[in-house]
Write a protein that binds this ligand. Structure first.
Ligand code: ADP
Ligand code: ZN
Ligand code: ZN
Length: 828
């Protein structure tokens, strides 16, 4: 049937492909397709191409044409890696939109989108030419060293040889060896992803018959008792489970590998290698029933009604109102229509807790995708989404890049979360906003959920661009926690503070602990003390690479830079004046935990911050311990604010609210409200009302009042006045340009030049250049230029095109040498 069209293909046509390379280059390149690959080449397949002098890369085919590039001669593609496309045309469109919107290159988007196992490593390998005899005496020392090494180890990479010889320039030596025909050089790309395979055992159907089995058994018992054990073990296991793996069999029988091998040789057992899921879930689909409360049911109906005429709906539901259960109902509805669902959560909230909760309803139909997974696991999810095996994906921000084919609904839980925005490297995208575009491409719907929506989202809901549904009671009718604000200065005056804890917080913690309840303490800084200061000359140690003071970590005994990872020993005498009067100022989570352990020696303490959750399972262990009540008091940074749902947490202490409220940023009040309301929301989530203690030097702060009264609308209305008069989002769109250079003076000139060029087009919409809060990171000085565009009257597409032109023009000047310009669209 298709033969006719195939024969038309075989006409000798010259094809070219436009490919996306995984590099920060500003355009796509065109390569020529060798004739014999004409039939195999397709949009979305990966190809190996040479770029630059000798480097090989995996690129993705974005388009096929019959037109040769005009300005350069196209090189041939070297290889096609895929039988079927791994990137869909929809994804390519999405990548292209992201690169336009966020002002970056498609290659950068590709880098973020593809798991690295789908991008191949280019490694030059060198091996001996086995077909050639050579005279060892003719070699010089270095040549000899290389050939000796190659006779022991068949392949060496260029970097191995660099190490071996202890010198950088090894290519000329290799070139001679190559010309003398002694070695072969192969630029080889190796596919790194291998599905995990496991051997499964089945019994020969001949022994399904009881008599023949008994017969077999009688023989084996006499001659090979170990094999008899293996057969017994197989029968036992196969009664309990559908499939039996070789490893399980070895473990169950204690018979050892060789017995099983013999049985396979005798054709008693059959062995079969199969790919197994790395995600380790079984197929038992436990269906767990629940009923929505009246308020939840009403909210669900309103969401559905709202989807009738809106593509995006905001579910504004207070903490513990049971938004997740509403999501589950929405997912069920969508899965029933056969469409896919993406459920986005902030990375940190993606714990087994929520995963298990969803698996209860959706069994193995649900895929999970986040950065704590290794690459092979990510490729597996990628493939299953591509093959439509997963109907529901639960994932962190990067799961917007998965190859969906028919996305009916995206849920963005905690939509206000800053972690949806990727800051470094490019693409500097916001997954919430990207999700709205993505859903639109699929003609699907988006549900944004939050107790404390971002102002952008709330604004869109109030102007009826988005639907808005409110859910203002907690599930089970539990009250929101009571909040008590305690003045630190008062308690200091009365001398009732114990270390960093007010008498109020100490008393509330004591009550909770007595009742066998749990406590969470929030402190917005990690480490022990953020500043070490000399009392004589006020010297403070700073990072050698960045413009920040170093944080003391008691655990390591060192001063750490939180921006570049630099560490040094903490000095015991002041390097500036020689005084020994050094003191620690300020305090982080480590110090809070430390002092608590002195004040409450019998209490089980734990800490949750970046330092304690670096390794793969550490976060999970802390959460399990909290669940199993092996922790009485958990001290943590903003991590503790995110979605934790534990029944016995009744008291929350905010050690110092001022560090949030005083942050120099136009969003400080919005952020502080979100943080305080979210942390408070962890208390009293089941049957008992919780208690929150906010410690502050500024108890009359407006935002604290708004938190106490749970008055989000009041916060929103007052803040929006300021946003309007000071020209900030949501009324204005912001694009930040960070310019970086190693030399401060050069940077100054570059930044001034760029700002002036931009002013020619945009006038006083250009602000700066100004040094950012931290004006040197990793030895690069930084200047920021801020652009503000009226949301309603300026075409942002046109404005971006001009900004792009100005940057490109700047990059052709001599002045731009050594500079990095990073646009950040909708900075967060
Ligand atoms: P939110 O995300 O709005 O903060 P959750 O969805 O985590 O709230 O719900 C809070 C708690 O109430 C959870 O432990 C959840 O299991 C429980 N819950 C919510 N709705 C129901 C329901 N309809 N039936 C049973 N339990 C529910
Ligand atoms: Zn000093
Ligand atoms: Zn640093």
């Amino acid at each position: 049937m298709l033969e006719f069209s195939e024969s038309t293909y075989t006409q000798r046509k010259t094809l070219f492909v436009e490919v996306i390379l995984p590099l920060a280059i500003s355009r796509n390149y065109t390569y020529r397709v060798p004739f014999e690959m004409n039939n195999a080449v397709a949009v979305g397949k990966r190809v190996v191409v040479q770029f630059g002098k000798s480097k090989l890369y995996t690129a993705v085919v974005a388009a096929i044409t019959e037109h040769a590039p005009k300005k350069y001669e196209a090189k041939y593609i070297i290889e096609i890696l895929d039988d079927n496309p791994v990137v869909t045309e929809g994804q390519l469109k999405f990548w292209s939109w992201l690169s336009e919107y966020y002002m970056c290159n498609e290659g950068e988007v590709m880098n973020a989108a593809l798991p690295s196992a789908l991008k191949l490593a280019s490694e030059t390998k060198v091996m001996l030419n086995k077909d050639f005899e050579y005279d060892k005496a003719s070699l010089n020392d270095k040549e000899y060293l290389i050939t000796e090494a190659l006779s022991i180890q068949p392949e060496l990479t260029i970097s191995d040889i660099v190490k071996l010889l202890g010198q950088k320039t090894v290519l000329p030596i290799l070139k001679t060896l190559f010309e003398k025909n002694i070695v072969n050089i192969s630029e080889e790309v190796s596919e790194r992803y291998k599905p995990r395979r496991r051997t499964y055992i089945t019994i020969n159907p001949a022994y399904h018959n009881q008599d023949s089995l008994r017969e077999l058994f009688a023989i084996l018992e006499k001659r090979a008792p170990k094999q008899a054990d293996a057969v017994l073990a197989y029968i036992k296991l196969s009664r309990q489970q559908k499939i039996v793996s070789k490893n399980e069999l070895i473990e169950e029988s204690g018979s050892g590998e060789s017995s099983i091998k013999s049985l396979i040789e005798k054709e008693v057992f059959f062995a079969e290698d199969r790919n197994v899921s790395r995600l380790g879930h079984d197929d038992s689909e436990a269906i767990n029933e629940f009923t929505l409360s009246a308020a939840q049911q009403l909210a669900l109906e309103e969401v559905n009604r709202s989807f009738g005429d809106k593509d995006v709906v905001l579910l504004h539901g207070i903490t513990s109102s049971g938004k997740t259960q509403i999501y589950i109902r929405l997912i069920e509805q969508m899965v029933a229509t056969g469409k896919q669902v993406l459920y986005l959560l902030p990375e940190i909230a993606l714990t087994t807790h929520i995963i298990e909760r969803l698996r209860m309803y959706f069994g193995s139909d649900i895929g999970v995708y986040h950065s704590r997974f290794n690459d092979n696991e990510r490729v597996e999810v990628w493939q299953k989404v591509l093959n439509n095996e997963y109907k529901v994906v639960l994932g962190a921000r990067s799961s917007v890049f998965l190859p969906f084919s028919d996305l009916g609904l995206i849920i963005v839980d905690e939509e206000h979360e800053t972690s949806y925005k990727q800051y470094d490297p490019a693409p500097r995208y916001n997954a919430r906003d990207a999700a709205i575009y993505l859903a639109n491409m699929h003609q699907g719907k988006v549900l944004l959920g939050s107790a404390t929506p971002s102002f952008e989202t709330y604004y869109n809901a109030r102007v009826h661009k988005y639907g808005l549904v409110n859910l203002s009671e907690r599930f089970g009718g539990v009250q929101l926690p009571t909040i008590e604000v305690v003045s630190i200065s008062e308690e200091l005056k009365r001398k009732t503070m114990q270390s960093h804890f007010t008498s109020v917080l100490m008393a509330d913690m004591a009550l909770a602990l007595e009742a066998k309840e749990q406590v969470i303490l929030f402190q917005n800084r990690r480490g022990y003390a953020p500043v070490l200061m000399c009392r004589v000359c006020a010297y403070t140690p700073k990072c050698i690479n960045c413009d920040v003071s170093l944080t003391y970590h008691k655990h390591s005994g060192k001063l750490h830079c939180h921006y570049c990872g630099y560490k040094e020993d903490s000095p015991s005498i002041c390097p500036a004046c020689g005084s020994t009067h050094l003191e620690y100022k300020g305090f982080g989570t480590e110090k809070v935990e430390d002092e608590l352990s002195v004040l409450l020696p019998d209490v089980k303490l734990a800490r949750m911050d970046l330092d304690t959750t670096r390794s793969r399972n550490s976060l999970q262990i802390i959460l399990n311990n909290l669940e199993e009540k092996k922790i009485d008091i958990l001290v943590g940074t903003q991590m503790v604010a995110k979605g934790l749902d534990f029944a016995d947490v009744t008291v929350i202490g905010i050690i110092n609210a001022d560090s949030l409220l005083k942050y120099p940023d136009y969003r400080a009040n919005e952020r502080s409200y979100q943080m305080l309301a979210q942390v408070s929301g962890r208390a009293g989530r089941r049957d008992k009302q919780g208690k929150v203690v906010i410690q502050t030097y500024d108890p009359n702060h407006r935002v604290i009042k708004q938190v106490i009264e749970n008055d989000y609308l009041d916060l929103y209305l007052t803040e929006m006045e300021e946003r309007k008069s000071f020209k900030y989002p949501p009324y204005y769109r912001i694009i930040n340009l960070d310019i970086k250079h190693k030399n401060a003076e050069v940077l100054y000139n570059q930044a001034e030049y760029l700002a002036n060029e931009l002013r020619k087009h945009f006038g006083d919409r250009v602000i700066g250049p100004e040094p950012p809060l931290i004006n040197r990171i990793r030895n690069y000085y930084i200047k920021s230029i801020m652009l503000k565009f009226e949301r309603d009257t300026i075409s942002i597409v046109k404005a971006k095109a001009i900004v792009r032109d100005v940057i490109t023009q700047f990059q052709t000047t001599k002045l731009s040498k050594g500079s990095i310009v990073q646009p950040d669209v909708d900075p967060y």
